[in-house]
Design a protein around this ligand. Sequence first.
Ligand SMILES: Nc1nc2c(c(=O)[nH]1)N[C@H]1C(S)=C(S)[C@@H](COP(=O)(O)OP(=O)(O)OC[C@H]3O[C@@H](n4cnc5c(=O)[nH]c(N)nc54)[C@H](O)[C@@H]3O)O[C@H]1N2
Ligand SMILES: Nc1nc2c(c(=O)[nH]1)N[C@H]1C(S)=C(S)[C@@H](COP(=O)(O)OP(=O)(O)OC[C@H]3O[C@@H](n4cnc5c(=O)[nH]c(N)nc54)[C@H](O)[C@@H]3O)O[C@H]1N2
Ligand code: SF4
Ligand SMILES: [Mo]
Length: 683
Amino acid sequence: MKSYVHQPDGIFKSVCSLDCPDQCGLLVHKVNGKIARVTGDGDHPVTQGSICNKVRHMAERLYDPKRLMYPIKRTGEKGEGRFERISWNEAIDTIHSRWTSLIEANGPESILPYSFYGNMGLLSSESLDRRFFHKLGASLLNRSICSAAGAVGYHYTMGGGFGIDPENTVHSKLIIFWGINAVSTNMHQITLAQKARKKGAKIVVIDVHKNQTGRMADWFIPIQPGTDSALALAIMHVLFKENLTDHDFLAKYTAGSEELKKHVLSYDPVTVARITGIPADDIQRLARMYGKTTPSFIRIGNGIQHHDNGGMNVRTIACLPALTGQWLHKGGGAIKGNSGYLQHNSAALIRTDLLEKKNTRTINMNEIGSALLELDPPIRSLFVYNSNPALVAPESNKVRKGLARENLFTVVHELFMTETAKYADLVLPASSSFENTDFYTSYWHHYMQIQHPVIDKYGESKSNAEVFRLLADAFNMDPSLFQITEKELIQQAVDHSENPCLKGISYEQLEQHHFVKADVKPLFPGRLETPSGKIELYSKQMKNDGFPALPDYTPLVPEGDWPFLFVPGPNHNFLNSTFSHSVKHMALEKEPRLHMNEQDAERMGISEGDSVRIWNHRGECELTASIGQSVLPGVLVSQGLWADVPGTKHLVNSLTPDRLADMGGGAVFFSGRVNAEKIKASE
Ligand SMILES: Nc1nc2c(c(=O)[nH]1)N[C@H]1C(S)=C(S)[C@@H](COP(=O)(O)OP(=O)(O)OC[C@H]3O[C@@H](n4cnc5c(=O)[nH]c(N)nc54)[C@H](O)[C@@H]3O)O[C@H]1N2
Ligand SMILES: Nc1nc2c(c(=O)[nH]1)N[C@H]1C(S)=C(S)[C@@H](COP(=O)(O)OP(=O)(O)OC[C@H]3O[C@@H](n4cnc5c(=O)[nH]c(N)nc54)[C@H](O)[C@@H]3O)O[C@H]1N2
Ligand code: SF4
Ligand SMILES: [Mo]
């Protein structure tokens, strides 16, 4: 396998491993055996050499003196953060003996792996780890925290994670960023939109917060949280009423357009104005603009689906491009996520067939707090990697109470002493992506990429794959499943005749070219992977699954009379909780702010810069008021999953509900309600 570890100086091609749609091609600059700088790879066809500020400072994260070097075991109280160094042998022996006794006494389902995509490399996130836990018979985890609800909603309509090629969006004439803060979270989509704009395209942003993305729009449309499907239905109402639909496309490529036409009669702009807070004239204008502009492109973001009705919001918006036949035009259509095209042979990597008990219990990661506190039979051991649930999971007071249980044996594999790691019995040091071999598939652009190790492993750190090889060995698991190289794993993953888009992609090609484009054919003419093979405006499958067959609007779950809806999203300079401990990234963000409408502020006697306490029955938080018109009255917005520094109260997830969304068991971070009060005037 290729490696650059032994070349002390030079510039080497690499990939950004963070959970970000752009998946940039990187250049890693090495001086005297160490990474001095990270820049963008100008050869990458989509990201073209530009990268975000977060990753430009990556070298500081890699060599941060706080990075974990050795395995350690807890000597203090859970959560306190006192540990002492041990050897890898002791760590693996401890895990082996604790798990062996747990399995004997309580069965393997008393053990729960908890992971997400802190490293998007597919070997790091879903390969030997899954094999190991399947073979062990541990409880399964539903990894639903990010985009599960929307993915299911989109799937019902379009048959899978299939949108348009973002490279074609330079041809769009109308670009709608719908519930996505793309300036911060998908910056290269903004670059492409700006190119389209130079050729005359208009940019519309529909959001609950006029943030960086709203500010660059030609038209910003503020909307009440969780009401987006009503808006989409009103657009359909106008399109049908004013005969702005594409009859040929509807007849050839969709199922249920007549039913939909009747159904949307009740969603007239005046009715929907009352639901969404958008004036009826604006709804009318938006619908006409959408109906009369080709090609038009909708970038569907995560914001609209972190709600109680998130699946249906995405399902409904996903119907829109069909009404005007956008999918037939270069640069027309939508992107929710594009992971369908680069779908590798996941079955070969994760080997669900190794699971003996087919009805092994599954735990939804959004309910980790309640699961740790209430589940019977209890979870007695937790193995966390690629994630920081004490900060990122909803209802964090419950999560912490669960993690603090004395009778929970917790192992955390991490690069840093995160909020979660502080509760661990054992913490194992993880290598960074630049120290591993891995392969990557973007969920936005169409390129698969490879990562070769650029530097030596830091201290005694190990990759996720290496840790599971050690554990498999300790448990005497079949070496042919685990004692194989990363190259062999990548070969197994890309060998996937069921996905024609991967035709011709091989390990050798990846090694030679670093990024290889999927062989993607236009969606139409063609057959979608829905039951009818068409875009399902009416979905029998949804009806069978207990949902309305047609797109619909349901209000958010009522939460008593807390006066404000609270939307705590990500920020520009952190990546979820990653970088939230970095002095540099924190300084760039300054402080966690609470965006509030000036009418609310005036009524409550709150001024710019005041400390504001927000609270509900789940928890409380203290943030700095930022007052103006960036949010509608009754809405509060914060940005960033801030580190839990003692003496501060920045833990926004102490307020978020752990209810599940309508589809996919998704998270509803943005559907919680709170109250607010001034606690201290600004100095
Ligand atoms: N800089 C940076 N980039 C990131 C991340 C990060 O933390 N920081 N995280 C990465 C990850 S894991 C993900 S999933 C993506 C997420 O990135 P996005 O897809 O952009 O999703 P969010 O930022 O969660 O929310 C997007 C927008 O939705 C708005 N919103 C909330 N509720 C509603 C609503 O009901 N209706 C409408 N119309 N808008 C609403 C929010 O105000 C926000 O501006 O970004 C990835 N990229
Ligand atoms: N309030 C609120 N909460 C949210 C969101 C929101 O918008 N609002 N967004 C949600 C979303 S969309 C997501 S995706 C989740 C994300 O939540 P997480 O997946 O927990 O993401 P991070 O906070 O980035 O934590 C990833 C951790 O993985 C570690 N890591 C990185 N590489 C490796 C590796 O190779 N091996 C190991 N073992 N560890 C590694 C990093 O050091 C980091 O601590 O958060 C969710 N939480
Ligand atoms: S975080 Fe996103 S934008 Fe930044 S370098 Fe990584 S992939 Fe590119
Ligand atoms: Mo996410």
